[in-house]
Ligand binder design. Structure first.
Ligand SMILES: [Zn+2]
Length: 146
């Protein structure tokens, strides 16, 4: 496995948790100017999700690692991303580019975290698509869901 060095995110929370996972999935970019990417092909995505907070739950967790894996890996592994409703529309927010995949994972994880009593926050999603290409998504400070 490729050794990953992840970019750090600045936050003031006391605890920070990072969950790594690999997701094998196919996708295509449904645009004529996407070249080879417009044809269906696959990647082994390396995903790192950073969650931070000040409070732990009754089990002493910020959040359960396996739940975070289930949310993302459980849904996308060995699938065609374009088959998922969040990636099958016509708008640029629904094209499964690395950027949009990272933002969509953030939204999915943060929606789950909003329901937890200790209310941790997702502060960064790192998605590596190939050995030489990756994207980092961080919610903008001050956004309603940030
Ligand atoms: Zn691709």
């Amino acid at each position: 496995m490729l050794t990953q060095v992840y970019p750090q995110t600045n936050h003031l929370y006391a605890f920070e948790l990072n969950k790594d996972m690999q997701v094998s999935a196919a996708h295509f970019i449904p645009r004529e100017d996407a070249g080879a990417c417009s044809r269906i092909h696959g990647h082994t995505y390396t995903i790192n999700i950073t969650i931070a907070g000040d409070q732990l739950n009754e089990s002493g967790f910020l959040v359960n690692f396996s739940t975070i894996k289930k949310l993302v890996h459980g849904e996308y592994d060995h699938t065609l991303l374009n088959d998922h409703s969040e990636f099958s529309g016509e708008s640029r927010e629904q094209i499964p580019s690395t950027e949009v995949v990272a933002k969509t994972i953030y939204e999915k994880v943060d929606a789950y975290l909003k329901g937890l009593e200790n209310r941790p926050h997702c502060v960064q999603v790192f998605v590596r698509e190939t050995p030489t290409s990756y994207v980092v998504y961080r919610p903008k400070q001050g956004e309603p869901n940030g």
